[in-house]
Design a protein around this ligand. Structure first.
Ligand code: ADP
Ligand code: ASP
Ligand code: MG
Length: 841
């Protein structure tokens, strides 16, 4: 089923273009074409009736003549040399126009226009356009047959907004079309109109050709419906109102239905009804840009995508409020309201009732508001006179704005964001309603505030970047956990010096959120440079992220992940450069929701074995990646080497090395004769240690690195505690620094003696981690000065892998293994590796 909208059949050229599209589609498929009137023709017909009603016969006939001229011009272009087919169409056009002129004359004479006559008139546009389109199709080699739907598409007699008669219509549709399809012809059917029980022409409401197409599709069990229009598909908002609205690639039937109901003009309100049950997919495409994929509407729903997919709005509404304290607790009032409006055939677009039950608000089309108010006043006249109901107020010039998306269900906080953002934009919300399906939040606002409301909500949900979603190959969204020195270095590497890294890989990287212990800042479209620098300055000055203007306070890092993943991010990566003890909660939240993890924080992987295992299994279950290069040896490819060995089927016998830059520095200083306490003092002064030096001195940090290696290598030793001998006992952790130095001084002699004893044997002291399948040991040992570890300089790291393959001559990785910049680089490397792995072909 292919439906062409008004602009798609706007002139002869367009029709020829359509014919090419159809000819292609017709290769191997039976096609039915539905067409609208040429663009603006229905409006022209309505204008002519308006002119006729006011008695202006001349103007009315002139308008009709103008319409004839447009069609004749198109005919001349389509068939410049005439011919029997063209002549036949010319006669038909004239017959239609003559009838129109007669009808206009009658309207002028009677000074009245019945809905029945009006439908007869305004359905003429389609009758003319399909005949022209058929010429174009014939030129493209097809066998078109034109069919007027007001001869077979049975509806009730609600003129102007007729309802098709279900199975009856299905039967007559099949009877009308099947013989032509069987004969190999291509039916070209008028959109928009049908036939009342008494044979009069009805119409399905403005824009109703979409509905015609899906009605026919359902009756004929079509495989697919294509709605050709003048935009690429269904956008996240009306592109005329929100210039950066994006085409949504897929919608669920219910989302599309809700959007069209709430004013997304691209689809008629009832388009989805006939196809939903039969699950016939509907694709909206741009006949001006046929290579664009358009929007596919089907029964699919992808959880985890944007909670709100689109914003739509309807103008021309009025808010009717029934207020009175006497209403609370009285059953049946709402029922009476709706019954009396239904009796008047007034359709209610939105209902909301305050929980106190002291008011009921409903939104109706503005033209129906007077009738609605009158009906309500008459229904409730006794209640009004008794004062149970105090007043019935009509607020004209109201619009309805709706946020639509199946992803809203069960995602807390969406409504909060809707109202908070509107509040900030100073949009006054008159009434609100949320369906129990949580598919839609709709609200009434003053009509002139619609554009502002729609733009505000579009921004709030960052819908302008819908197309940079998970399926976009070059988007890369980072959520940063930690905003200390490594965080700052990473941000700087990303925004300045290393921007070319991403360019080289063709990646558009964005930092969408940044968290510290206190809270986070979030911008789903990407925090800009200014925001990032401001946050870093603020942190440097000792501030908390939560106290920034746009900062949000949290009790744990997982909340940042939850909030950020409410948006449809592009290949999101959680980057942990904190030393948070509870980062694993954020990892879990991220992995379970389709996000990869790069970490420099050792704790989540090194501390609790159960946590490590559940992180690994969650990652596996969701097909996610955890990369942890920077946890061991900063930027050095330690983990990478380990993984390479494992991946190639090698078996690691032992990984042994110096994994702490700080302790390496201390050992070198001791060797040069510096006293232990002095060496630590200098290291602290140079910023070489953790804020609490005991974390380094106790060896706990190295033990974590060793544990991570053992776990990643799958060694049984990972299950046992590390055999750790620290330079100082971990129990000194957290004591005041001077107290710590006093304690260190008591150790000076002991270290001096150890260094001397080692030197006597031609050895040096090194703080070594040894990871073997059966045990992990960490502590100071004496090694030959001329061994690889013995020759290590300053704060450099070294790791020596012995494996089945690298046995006689082990594999050595060495270089600067500590420091802010190299650690940040290690993280950056992981981010790029993840991105490369996630890259789509
Ligand atoms: P046709 O004549 O092809 O049926 P319509 O004019 O009825 O086309 O519908 C297409 C128009 O709908 C677009 O040009 C656009 O301006 C408007 N529109 C309103 N809301 C949306 C939306 N959410 N997505 C796409 N288009 C929209
Ligand atoms: N021509 C009709 C209208 O303009 C129907 C349609 O285009 O779908 O409303
Ligand atoms: Mg339309």
């Amino acid at each position: 089923m292919h439906k062409f909208g008004g602009t798609s059949v706007g002139d002869a050229q367009r029709m020829l273009g359509d014919a090419t599209l159809i000819a292609k589609a017709a290769e191997g498929a039976q096609i039915v074409v539905v067409a609208s009137a040429m663009t603006k023709v229905t409006d022209g017909l309505i204008q002519a009736t308006d002119e006729a009603i006011t008695g202006d016969r001349r103007a009315s006939l002139q308008t009709i003549a103008g319409l004839l001229k447009r069609h004749e011009e198109a005919l001349d272009t389509l068939a410049p040399n005439g011919g029997p087919h063209a002549d036949g169409v010319r006669t038909e056009l004239n017959t239609i126009i003559n009838e129109l002129s007669d009808l206009m004359g009658a309207v002028v004479l009677l000074g009245e226009l019945t809905p029945r006559t009006r439908d007869r008139i305004i359905s003429s546009g389609e009758k003319m356009s399909i005949r022209l389109l058929a010429i174009a199709l014939a030129k493209a080699g097809l066998q078109p047959v034109t069919l007027d739907a007001d001869t077979f598409l049975e509806t009730d007699d609600q003129f102007g907004e007729a309802n098709p008669l279900g199975v009856v219509a299905d039967r007559t549709i099949r009877a009308a079309l099947t013989p032509h399809l069987q004969a190999g012809a291509t039916p070209v059917v008028t959109g928009f109109c049908g036939i009342a029980p008494d044979g009069a022409t009805t119409t399905l409401g403005r824009g109703g050709s979409d509905y015609t197409a899906t009605l026919l599709a359902s009756a004929l069990d079509a495989d697919e419906v294509t709605i050709w229009t003048d935009v690429d598909g269904v956008f996240s908002a009306d592109p005329r109102v929100v210039p950066d609205a994006r085409c949504v690639d897929q919608l669920n039937y219910r989302e599309a239905a809700e959007l069209s109901f709430y004013g997304a003009k691209v689809l008629h309100q009832r388009t989805m009804i006939p196809v939903t049950r039969k699950q016939i997919p509907v694709r909206t495409r741009n006949s001006f840009n046929p290579t664009a994929a358009g929007t596919l509407v089907n029964d699919r729903y992808t959880p985890g995508s944007h909670p709100v997919k689109a914003i739509s709005a309807i103008k021309g509404q009025a808010l009717v409020s029934i207020e009175g304290k006497g209403m609370s607790g009285v059953p049946g009032i709402a029922a009476r309201v709706f019954r009396c409006l239904a009796d008047q055939k007034i359709s209610v677009t939105m209902i909301s009732q305050s929980s106190s039950e002291a008011s009921i608000s409903l939104v109706v089309p503005a033209i129906e508001a007077p009738a609605a108010a009158a009906a309500l006043k008459s229904e409730f006249r006794t209640d009004l006179s008794h004062g149970d109901i105090e007043e019935i107020v009509v607020e004209p010039s109201v619009g309805l704005v709706a946020c639509v998306g199946l992803g809203m269900a069960h995602v807390p906080g969406v409504a909060g964001r809707v109202f908070a953002s509107l509040g900030q934009a100073c949009v006054n919300v008159l009434a609100i309603a949320q369906g129990s399906t949580e598919l839609n939040i709709s609200l009434a606002v003053s009509e002139n505030e619609i554009p502002l409301a729609v733009r505000t909500l579009h921004d709030e949900f960052a819908l302008h970047r819908m197309d940079t979603g998970a399926d976009r190959p070059d988007g890369l969204d980072l959520m940063l956990l930690g905003c200390g020195s490594i965080g700052r270095a990473l941000i700087e590497q990303i925004i300045d010096r290393h921007v070319h890294v991403f360019e080289r890989f063709g990646l558009r990287v964005r930092i969408v959120s940044l968290a510290d212990r206190s809270g986070y800042i979030l911008e789903p479209a990407g925090l800009n440079r200014e925001q990032l620098y401001a946050a870093m300055e603020h942190k440097k000055a000792g501030g908390k992220l939560s106290s920034l203007d746009d900062g949000i306070a949290t009790t744990g890092p997982a909340q940042m992940v939850e909030a950020a993943l409410e948006y449809r991010l592009s290949r999101p990566i959680l980057v942990d450069i904190s030393d948070s003890d509870v980062a694993h909660e954020a990892f879990m939240a991220a992995l379970a929701r389709g996000c990869d993890v790069a970490t420099a924080n050792k704790k989540p992987l090194a501390d609790d074995m159960g946590v490590f295992e559940s992180l690994q299994s969650t990652a596996e279950a969701h097909g996610r990646i955890i990369r942890a290069e920077a946890t061991v040896g900063a930027g050095l490819p330690v983990v990478d080497t380990l993984e390479m060995l494992l991946a190639t089927g090698d078996t690691i016998q032992q990984a042994r090395g110096c994994l702490s830059g700080t302790l390496g520095y201390l050992m070198a200083a001791l060797e040069d004769g510096t006293r232990f306490s002095e060496a630590v003092r200098t290291a602290v002064g140079l910023g070489y240690t953790e804020p609490d030096p005991v974390a380094d001195l106790s060896g706990v940090d190295v033990a974590r690195k060793a544990t991570i290696l053992a776990r990643l290598a799958g060694m049984p030793s990972a299950e046992q505690p590390v055999e750790l001998v620290g330079l100082v006992d971990a129990s000194h952790s957290g004591i005041p620094i001077e107290e710590l130095f006093a304690h260190l001084e008591t150790l000076d002699e002991e270290f001096e003696a150890k260094v001397k004893a080692a030197a006597a044997e031609g050895n040096v002291l090194r703080f070594v981690a040894e990871v073997k399948p059966d045990r992990i040991t960490v502590g100071p040992i004496s090694v030959p000065k001329n061994s690889p570890l013995g020759g290590l300089q300053g704060s450099d790291n070294m790791i020596v892998f012995k494996s089945d393959r690298y046995n006689d001559r082990p594999l050595v990785v060495t270089g600067p293994g500590a420091g802010i910049d190299v650690t940040a680089m290690g993280v950056l490397g992981d981010i790029i590796r993840i991105a490369a792995e996630r890259r789509q072909p």
